[in-house]
Write a protein that binds this ligand. Structure first.
Ligand code: PXG
Length: 465
């Protein structure tokens, strides 16, 4: 039903395509060879390029002038939709007023303002923000702060960092080391030492087709007690997890799991880091995942939605005690943390962040996400009976649809779904044989039908092959 109505609707959307706002181009007129594309099958892409030339609200314009519905908020970042005038204007004005200001030993007002805004938005005493340019840098910064904090309080032997299998914490050495996606680690043997991993939380046998948080699996957090017993609590600095794992294919935390991690960390003086690069800024129907789950981590990593994806920026926000302890351990008038980036708190990024936070607030987008999520949940679970679907999972405005892999050719089925959806005017994201949906929070119910209906149509069309 959903698929049929959406197919009709999609034809309407295509025939009523908005005019492209940028000149159309032919990728064949350009030399595509020199750009080494990230996390991309370069040869496959360059043989059949998918170029985007413009974007507005819920749609991209492709190089051949088609409108494509954005089902993934760019890469989980454009939470308020594309090219929002307030954000565009803020960036434009800032570029003309103060294009750059040195990040070390100098300041500019907007960076302080973003930190103050985050302090007001975040729960508990998550009060102090350090700025980076990406989620990967936010993660590495958070790990370094955890080590520096323990050292500042005289427990410098706390060096172990505990991540989780299937975790994604960016592509830099720290994040890759605590991360748990094998393909991301395989080629780079020189990982951080002193790292261990919790087991991952998703279990198809117990949890498939859960709506929202699965009932089974809180006990998986107890593995942290085993890790503590093995390395000794006195040697462990921090545990880092995504409250909901995005990149590995939308792994929703079992009920009670995060609460238990928090308790075990508290018991042993271990810092709990939430990597909310994806779950921050409304994705789960609350300002942040920590708010949604009612748990205050010691450190939170942010990026993506912070600037609505418009200018790169990340942030690490820490609890008051972490900042105060680290600051006071250093002698007066000396640098307290030897860490930072040329573009920390960049004026254009800070301007984009303030405007994005304004748009989120003015349009009540986090509440809107909460209001829309039952509709979204109902729509995605309608895919349950389609060929090769072995799981559907969701929370807030994010969903994962897991397909059975083709024997000996993992990932190819989902990638074909991605290609066919794109041809039909819908952008989805795949990781292995898992499809992720994570649309801008401005999506309408009709567009949810179009997104899920197009996906359902493709799954049906591909049938049992
Ligand atoms: N932490 C988490 C939880 C992330 O999801 C990063 C850190 C790194 O952020 P940067 O800004 O350095 O990329 C991420 C990034 C996908 C996908 O679809 C996910 C991310 C990035 C690109 C694609 O799986 N997450």
């Amino acid at each position: 039903m959903v698929a049929e109505s959406a197919r009709t609707r999609q034809n309407t959307v295509l025939s009523n395509s908005l005019p492209a706002t940028a000149p159309l181009m032919n990728p064949r007129d350009h030399d595509l060879d020199a750009y080494w594309m990230p996390f991309t099958a370069n040869r496959q892409f360059k043989a059949a390029p998918r170029m985007l030339v413009a974007a507005k609200d819920m749609h991209f314009t492709t190089h051949d002038g088609r409108q494509v519905l954005d089902g993934i908020a760019g890469l989980w970042c454009v939470n308020a939709g594309h090219a929002r005038p307030k954000i565009v204007e803020a960036i434009r004005a800032q570029a003309g007023a103060l294009d750059y200001s040195p990040a070390f030993q100098m300041g500019h007002p907007l960076a302080f303002e973003v930190a103050a805004r985050l302090k007001r938005m975040l729960p508990g005493d998550l009060d102090y923000s350090f700025f980076t340019n990406s989620g990967s840098e936010a993660v590495d910064t958070a790990l370094k702060i955890a080590l520096a904090y323990h050292r500042a309080r005289g427990e410098g032997q706390r060096r172990w960092l505990i991540g989780r299998e299937r975790g994604y914490h960016g592509a830099n050495f720290g994040g890759m080391s605590v991360g748990g996606i094998p393909a991301n680690r395989k080629a780079f043997g020189n990982l951080l030492a002193w790292v261990d991993h919790l087991p991952q939380t998703h279990d198809l046998e117990h949890n498939s087709f859960s709506r929202g948080q699965p009932a089974w699996g809180a006990h998986l957090a107890d593995a942290l007690e085993n890790i503590v017993a093995f390395h000794d609590a006195s040697n462990i600095a921090a545990v880092i997890v995504e409250p909901l794992a995005g990149s590995a294919g939308v792994l929703v935390p079992p009920k009670g799991y995060l609460e238990r991690l928090r308790q075990i960390c508290d018991k042993h003086g271990i810092l709990l880091i939430f990597d909310e690069v994806i779950t921050g800024f409304g994705r789960l129907g609350a300002s942040f995942g920590c708010e949604r789950f009612g748990i205050v981590p010691d450190i939170i990593c942010l990026a993506k939605g912070l600037t609505n994806g418009a200018v790169p920026m990340g942030a690490v926000t820490v609890r008051k005690g972490i900042y105060e302890q680290t600051i006071k351990a250093a002698p007066e008038n000396t640098i307290e943390l030897f860490h930072g980036y040329t573009y920390s708190g960049h004026p254009l990024a800070a301007a984009a962040a303030l405007a994005s936070l304004d748009v989120f607030e003015e349009e009540r987008l986090f509440e809107r996400a909460a209001e829309l999520s039952p509709y979204f949940e109902h729509a995605v679970h309608g895919l349950r009976e389609l060929p090769h679907v072995i799981d559907v999972r969701n929370l807030g405005m994010v969903a994962g649809i897991e397909l059975e892999a083709r024997p000996g050719r993992p990932g190819t089925r989902a990638f074909e779904v991605f290609q066919r959806c794109y041809e039909k005017g819908v952008l989805i994201r795949t990781t292995g044989d898992i499809i992720a949906l994570s649309p801008p929070l401005i999506i309408s119910k009709g567009q949810i039908d179009e997104l899920v209906g197009t996906l359902g149509g493709v799954l049906r069309e591909m049938g049992r092959a």
